[in-house]
Design a protein around this ligand. Structure first.
Ligand SMILES: Nc1ncnc2c1ncn2[C@@H]1O[C@H](COP(=O)(O)OP(=O)(O)O)[C@@H](O)[C@H]1O
Ligand SMILES: [Mg+2]
Length: 250
């Protein structure tokens, strides 16, 4: 049986557009007939289920608790469908539960889902917590979403050096130009010089969504709609390319 590829989305600074990128990548896979599971590992402030208007009772903390207490029955009890092809394992509803989760349960959790999906997309945050580090280990690729800002670039240089030191080839860089389209201090050449790494994907300024709050309110994802895939043609092509390339690489 085929095992799902695991891609974790992270960053070196907060609020760079990780969740937005992850949701549109999930949409791109789903539109192409892939079965996607989103695991929300931004444990203390995860908002995937809220962003998608997915109602839930049980979250990743309940899953952890049940596995630890040997009261775990089946993984489906913690998974919620957003649309055909996209399921969600929500982050803790109560943020106080975030710190109680020990990453040792992740191996068991992943063993319950990798055969049911083609792609597992893990949302995370910029912190090098124990849970994030363990998840990085299990990931086939780690996508760093950065903005065109000095602190992002300096932080990325540090992470690039760490990945080099570990001789890891898992890091992929997504430059999100759509979040602050009016800023963009540096050219791509500058960015490569500062970060000492290649930029793998650039989400163009044209993907800036003026009424993103309305999208969030409606629990909507841009690239799920045919009309919007045409409207944001250039960005859609970037997501399509990213989706295919990530699956192809070993
Ligand atoms: N393509 C975009 N167009 C407009 N605003 C965006 C876009 N991507 C991100 N944002 C803005 O940046 C904020 C943070 O995005 P989000 O994806 O939640 O980042 P993170 O998950 O890294 O915290 C959003 O609330 C939104 O206001
Ligand atoms: Mg987020």
């Amino acid at each position: 049986m085929k095992k799902a590829k695991i891609f974790t989305v992270t960053s070196v600074s907060g609020g760079t557009g990780k969740t937005t990128t992850l949701l549109n990548l999930a949409a791109t896979y789903a539109v192409n007939g892939k079965r996607v599971l989103i695991i929300d590992m931004d444990l203390a402030s995860g908002d995937v289920a809220a962003r998608l208007n997915v109602d839930f009772d049980k979250d990743i903390y309940h899953c952890y608790e049940d596995i630890t207490n040997h009261t775990f029955d089946k993984i489906e009890n913690y998974l919620y469908s957003y649309v055909e092809g996209i399921d969600v394992l929500p982050a803790p509803k109560d943020p106080r539960d975030a710190g109680k989760i020990d990453p040792s349960f992740l191996a068991f959790l992943l063993s319950k889902v990798t055969l049911k999906y083609d792609v597992i997309l893990v949302d995370s945050n910029q912190l090098l917590t124990k849970t994030n580090l363990v998840m990085f280990d299990y990931s086939d690729k780690i996508l760093y979403v950065i903005n065109n800002e000095s602190m992002n670039l300096k932080g990325l240089r540090t992470m690039t050096a760490i990945f080099e030191d570990m001789e890891s080839n898992k890091m992929r860089i997504v430059l999100n130009e759509a979040r602050n389209p009016h800023r963009g201090l540096y050219s791509i050449t500058d960015i490569k010089n500062i970060t000492k790494t290649n930029i793998d994907y650039i989400i163009p300024k044209s993907f800036y969504i003026k009424n993103i709050d309305k999208m969030v309110l409606n629990g909507d994802v841009i690239l799920l709609s045919d009309r919007r895939r045409k409207k944001y043609k250039v960005a859609n092509r970037v997501f399509e390319k990213m989706a295919v390339a990530l699956l192809k690489e070993d």
